[in-house]
Design a protein around this ligand. Structure first.
Ligand SMILES: Nc1nc(=O)c2c([nH]1)NC[C@@H]1CN(c3ccc(C(=O)N[C@@H](CCC(=O)O)C(=O)O)cc3)CN21
Ligand SMILES: CC(C)C(=O)C(=O)O
Ligand SMILES: [Mg+2]
Length: 286
């Protein structure tokens, strides 16, 4: 895809490129990876340098997550993050991504109705240079997903633990253990797929449920704390590098043993591609 097709921002502006031709990851490429059972390796990124490091290490998708509120800004939750914050970090990441698909998170309160959601998703795409937006929520977001899809904005849905609801949930806990919760999650996923979602992130759900959802949906399912049955994995970059003081139980520090940042990212990508990460110890039971 050309830089102009991916937004106003330049991507991969020529720093440290090799002569080997680069085939950018597209929405269609992600679907093809699912159909040939090639695990999709994803990480969060928030700046140019780490985005370039991840891109060159074979990471398929870079998420500019609102987790930046915690790991970059130092807040207790993701709630204070603004659309402008995500635009700024997406601009930085897009400049470092030559191959990886760049996805930007819709922050808390940025899509309280469809028109506001469309406006803010447009900012992430036009000013930020994102190639896809991600939003937390279930069937209640289907109308927005449809509107984004009509406007040519690829969408990643996000179910299971929704950190923007932390004050309703009372903490970061496993979701979908109760039978009714699991059924609701499946109905939400189906509604979002029907509305046009291209990808689904499942956070902190029992491995068995995530596997069932990955098998019953057409769109690729990328897990975080969702076990080995997903079509791909994502982690917060700081957790992979061992920078986080209290990482979630489902994360793994690839940094302390690997010998350097590039080696750590490479070790993560290799572990996802060879399906040695996540292991049983990173899974939640039903
Ligand atoms: N550094 C970092 N990594 C993340 O993965 C992450 C963030 N920050 N910030 C936003 C959300 C919050 N996340 C979290 C944070 C903590 C747990 C956690 O401690 N979970 C418990 C399980 C609780 C249970 O058993 O129900 C755990 O032991 O991992 C889970 C997800 C995931 N996201
Ligand atoms: C953890 C991922 C899925 C996320 O939403 C974020 O980094 O904000
Ligand atoms: Mg997020």
């Amino acid at each position: 895809m050309s830089a102009s097709a991916s937004g106003s921002q330049s991507r991969g502006s020529g720093h440290g490129e090799s002569d080997a031709p680069i085939t950018p990851v597209t929405v269609a490429a992600l679907a093809a990876m699912k159909s040939r059972a090639e695990p999709i390796a994803c990480l969060t990124a928030y700046d140019f340098g780490f985005a370039a490091a991840c891109d060159q290490s074979g990471v398929d998708l870079l998420l500019v997550g609102d987790s930046l509120g915690m790991v970059v800004q130092g807040h207790e939750t993701t709630l204070p993050v603004s659309v402008d914050d995500v635009v700024y970090h997406t601009q930085c990441v897009a400049r470092g991504a030559q191959r990886a698909l760049v996805v930007a998170d819709m922050p808390f309160m940025s899509h309280t109705d469809v028109e506001l959601g469309l406006l803010n998703a447009g900012k992430l795409m036009k000013a930020g240079g994102a190639q896809m937006v991600k939003l937390e929520g279930g069937a209640e977001q289907a109308a927005l997903v449809e509107r984004l899809t009509e406007n040519g904005i690829p969408v990643c849905a996000h179910l299971g633990l929704k950190p923007q609801r932390v004050h309703k949930l009372g903490g970061y806990r496993v979701q979908g253990r109760a039978e009714q919760e699991a059924r609701d999650m499946e109905a939400d996923a189906k509604a979002l797929e029907q509305a046009g979602a291209d990808l689904l992130i499942l956070e902190c759900v029992p491995a068995e449920l995530a596997k069932h959802l990955a098998q019953s949906l057409r769109m690729p399912v990328v897990g975080i704390g969702a076990g080995r049955g997903c079509d791909g994995q994502i982690l917060v970059l700081h957790d992979v590098l061992g920078v986080t003081r209290h990482p979630p139980r489902f994360a793994e520090d690839f940094g302390s043993s690997a010998g350097g940042v590039m080696a750590a990212i490479r070790a993560y990508v290799t572990a996802v591609k060879q399906a040695t990460f996540p292991g049983k110890e990173h899974e939640f039971k039903a």
